[in-house]
Design a protein around this ligand. Structure first.
Ligand code: GLU
Length: 549
């Protein structure tokens, strides 16, 4: 068989150059010893998820800690899944978590010497190497139809054989020259398959940087390397791109572990050194009685967009991710809460070897703690940024009067108090939490625990006595007076000794006032709230509450 001729017929690409050309065009990187080159290689589907963020953080930390770099490659070989704007979506989503690429697709200002970073623009390279494999008898055309491949799979399943295109089942593996040209003349579509040299009886021990030593079976599948449109499969593009972009470490999801034998064989037949690999375990959650993988369909928290829309504080998410990613992070962070997260020494060996449990409640706790560290000014910007992007018009309006908002935040964050309050979890929740301070969204339901008559009497009495100039203790004396006038206990000791002797106590009265002015039974200090609302608004709210009783 004239393999040279066949290579030209099967992969007609006039741009293809001798292989040395590509080695020179993309030379080994000039980096210090030990510097790692890592990458994120998402498909442009528009859906960026926590799994992406996980590997992005690990890749970014390892690259930059070692004096290396991380690049962004777009794996756009599957046009059906491509979404416009997806590359920006990746970059924006990751920028929110402070992950920046040193080079790659749409990375401005970078030298980008290993471009192009879109796989669709790298066809020449894939074609050059596919041709080379055909010339060396290591790849061949396959004319099998979808139907015949489905029939093969069914037969293999029925016979309890390993499914796939290999050995005796690889119908096109040994076509004669005449048969190949006859098929081509008949214009039958074809793919290019690897002629695997492996044997599934052989085991390979492999060192995974995350999982440790693992044993895999040698590949014997004649996998597709070029699809019928000349576009490579993930496997083939992975080997070629990670070689020519000079990646030293591939951290990727563990769903790729099953195809690792294919990648090992491809690197071997292509004559490339393999990068190191780390397969990151899947993210799981507790769902009722079971523990399962996070799912795109069922779990909104899988999407990174969720965290921006909800207004999670990015440092909090990153702290939680690092807690899950490196077992010694939590202890380090306890000792160094103020330090930049980049000062933590990230180690790939400390990444989880099996499923990681993702717990939104834990993230919420971390978020509360992180937000409790912000200054009023930082909180103002954090919340207004969120409101401007995701809030409704009223919420955007909250930030017009900065002085007023500063007072609200100072109180709600507990600044100046004994301890900082931890009422804020996310920007969205915080903005909703403070909504009662703004007339545009003040829509109370007034859920009192006492008869309307009683409440009305108390509110009217208080309204008559209220003086904006009262300090906190004068104000409280008036609340007590009002309580006493209504027969409520003002001495808590006496009340506790015999609660049935009173309709309630002074804190019940305070609760009525609170509900009347804020709509809520629980808020920060009520005197301060009234001070912030101002005399006019406080009285208006009391009137409004009385009017509906
Ligand atoms: N495009 C692949 C994915 O999104 C990349 C896997 C890899 O990192 O090699 O899953």
């Amino acid at each position: 068989m004239d393999w040279n001729k066949l290579a030209d017929v099967l992969v007609p690409d006039e741009n293809v150059k001798p292989l040395e050309y590509y080695e020179e065009l993309y030379p080994p990187r000039n980096l210090p010893q030990g510097a790692q080159v890592t990458r994120l290689a998402p498909s442009p589907t528009g859906f960026i998820h926590l799994g992406n963020l996980f590997v992005a953080i690990a890749n970014e930390r390892i690259a930059h800690q070692s004096g290396g770099l991380m690049y962004l490659r777009i794996e756009d070989t599957d046009l059906k899944r491509k979404v416009d704007g997806a590359v920006d979506a990746v970059k924006n989503a990751l920028r929110y978590f402070d992950i920046r690429f040193d080079e790659g697709a749409e990375i401005e200002g970078a030298e980008n010497a290993y471009a192009p970073y879109y796989q669709r623009e790298r066809a020449e390279l894939y074609h050059a190497y596919a041709k080379d494999l055909i010339r060396r008898g290591l790849a061949y055309p396959c004319f099998c139809t979808e139907e015949s491949l489905t029939a093969l799979r069914e037969k293999q399943t029925e016979e309890k054989k390993i499914t796939g295109y290999y050995g005796e089942y690889a119908a096109c593996r040994n076509l004669t020259e005449e048969e190949i040209y006859a098929n081509l003349a008949a214009k039958k579509p074809y793919v290019i398959r690897l002629r695997s040299q492996g044997n599934a009886e052989n085991k390979i021990t492999f060192r995974d940087e995350i999982k440790g030593d693992i044993t895999v079976t040698e590949n014997d599948q004649d996998v597709v390397i070029l699809k019928s449109d000349g576009i490579p499969t993930y496997h083939f593009a992975h080997a070629i791109d990670d070689h020519f972009m000079r990646t030293t470490l591939v951290i990727r999801g563990e769903e790729w572990l099953a195809s690792l034998p294919i990648h090992i064989e491809l690197f071997n037949v292509l004559g490339f050194n393999r990068p190191k690999y780390g397969h990151n375990c899947s993210l799981q959650k507790i769902d009722g009685e079971t523990r399962r993988k996070l799912s795109k369909r069922k779990d909104p928290e899988l999407s990174l967009e969720f965290y921006r829309q909800e207004g999670y504080y990015s440092r909090a998410v990153k702290v939680y991710m690092l807690t899950l990613l490196n077992s010694n992070f939590e202890e380090w962070y306890m000792k160094n809460p103020e330090k930049s997260l980049d000062e933590f020494k990230f180690t790939i060996g400390k990444m989880g070897k099996s499923g990681t449990l993702f717990d939104l409640d834990k993230l919420n706790d971390i978020s509360k703690n992180e937000l409790a560290k912000l200054s009023v000014e930082e909180m103002y910007h954090f919340l207004s940024d969120w409101a401007n992007e995701f809030g409704n018009d009223q919420q955007k309006g909250y930030f017009a009067d900065k002085e007023y908002m500063y007072k609200v935040l100072t109180l709600c964050m507990g600044i100046g108090g004994k301890k900082r309050r931890k009422d804020f979890t996310t920007a969205k929740q915080a903005v909703e939490f403070i909504s009662y301070f703004f007339d545009s969204t003040f829509a109370p339901e007034y859920a009192y625990r006492f008869e309307n008559e009683t409440v009305k009497k108390i509110l009217c009495d208080f309204k008559g006595k209220y003086d904006y100039a009262d300090d906190c203790s004068a104000w409280f004396d008036k609340v007590k007076e009002v309580a006493a006038n209504a027969g409520f206990a003002t001495d808590m000791k006496a009340y506790k000794a015999d609660p049935t002797a009173y309709p309630g106590n002074v804190s019940d009265v305070a609760e009525m006032l609170r509900i009347a002015t804020t709509g809520l039974a629980n808020t920060p200090d009520l005197w301060t709230i009234m001070q912030i609302l101002g005399e006019e608004r406080t009285l208006a709210r009391l009137e409004k509450a009385i009017a509906v009783l």
